[in-house]
Design a binder for this molecule. Structure first.
Ligand SMILES: Cc1ncc(COP(=O)(O)O)c(C=O)c1O
Length: 343
């Protein structure tokens, strides 16, 4: 107990000393001049409107577009791509529409890369398209994508950050639904069930290519506490037969949402699998014009009714229903009823 309190005491003492340091004599070299200049720019930025602030922020950001998911991140990705292109940087990235399921869209993206002199290094897919409206992808379609990628010399990355760890119910990993074998798999969010832990899994031969060429370094990588949390999650998935529960509950949820959609013309589509469901709102069932305002109003009203859902999709008009995997059959009517009342 005493030992544990020592670092805490030292940290407090350091903070107190820092707070008491006279303004003219800050800790030596801290903050660095570069930080001060940065701080001044931030202060100036506060004086300019939101859109201009975003532009300044993006100007400074040296990162690549992360995932062209929601309408917001799409706008950011588009902006960044345009900005980098304007500066004369080659972005090395192409995105493609996974819906409608046409492999030609990936072939065209590979073509665009090749026109800039690049062969694809890899293609990455979130098998549920969770951040872009939720989709039921056809196994044949995903197999075609993998074939195209491999034929062009690229690796296939299955992004299981949202879709993995039993979310879809039939299998532990979403890629298993498609009958494909990825070259790399990325894991995150549910991996520690709240504890921050993530992983990239790959084949030994791919890793061997990196050894000696690339330094892979991570300050907290391999943390035994995180590893214990991640292993405990796998144990619970086994011990509590989580996959069976997700299948059972997912079926009930799918049926409940489909019944509601049949009675509500403003629901243009219900899709998804297991405990990942999308409910698309349309202003007009004939034209399927997206109704973002309704989706957001329903989402906010559901929160007031005690049910947390999000919105997703290019137009933000799809409710993203992705409950914790502890969600069970008796909870389904609560959710469907709240959605009905919110509408
Ligand atoms: C589908 C998907 N993949 C990857 C990521 C990135 O995960 P992380 O925030 O752990 O880097 C996210 C995060 O939002 C995601 O939704």
């Amino acid at each position: 107990m005493r030992l544990r309190s020592i670092p805490c005491f030292l940290a407090l003492a350091a903070l107190a000393a820092y707070a008491q340091a006279p303004a003219a004599a800050p800790l030596r070299g801290f903050p660095p001049d570069k930080w001060k200049a940065e701080h001044e720019r931030e202060e100036q930025a506060k004086a300019v409107p939101q859109a201009e602030r975003l532009r300044i922020y993006m100007d400074r950001m040296a990162a690549k577009p992360h995932h062209a998911g929601s309408a917001g991140s799409k706008a950011v990705a588009d902006y960044l791509t345009a900005q980098l292109t304007e500066w004369g940087f080659d972005t090395h990235i192409e995105t493609f529409q996974a819906r409608p399921s046409d492999p030609a869209a990936l072939a065209a993206a590979i073509e665009r890369l090749s026109a800039r002199g690049h062969a694809p290094a890899a293609a990455i897919l979130d098998g549920l398209i969770t951040s872009d409206g939720i989709a039921d992808l056809d196994p044949g379609y995903v197999q075609d994508l993998v074939r195209l990628t491999h034929a062009a010399g690229g690796l296939w990355i299955a992004d299981e950050v949202q879709a993995g760890h039993g979310r879809t119910g039939e299998f532990l990993w979403c890629f298993e639904r498609f009958g494909v074998v990825p070259d790399l798999v990325t894991l995150g969010k549910p991996m520690g069930n709240g504890h921050p832990v993530a992983a990239v899994i790959t084949r030994r031969d791919i890793l061997a290519e990196l050894v000696g060429h690339v330094t892979i370094f991570s300050t907290f990588g391999g943390n035994p506490v995180s590893a214990a949390a991640a292993l405990a999650v796998l144990d619970v998935i086994d011990d509590e037969r989580v996959l069976e529960r997700v299948q059972r509950t997912g079926r009930a949820l799918g049926t409940g949402l489909a019944e509601l959609a049949a009675a509500r013309p403003e629901i243009g589509d219900v899709r998804g699998v297991g405990l990942a469901r999308g409910v698309e709102f349309v202003a007009d069932p004939a034209t399927r014009e997206p109704d973002e305002a309704r989706a957001q109003a329903v989402r906010d009203r559901m929160r007031e009714l005690g049910v947390l859902v999000g919105t997703t999709g290019r137009h933000g008009n799809v409710l993203k229903i992705r409950p914790p995997l502890a969600f069970d059959e008796p909870h389904v009517p609560l959710l469907v009823d709240a959605l009905d009342r919110a509408m």
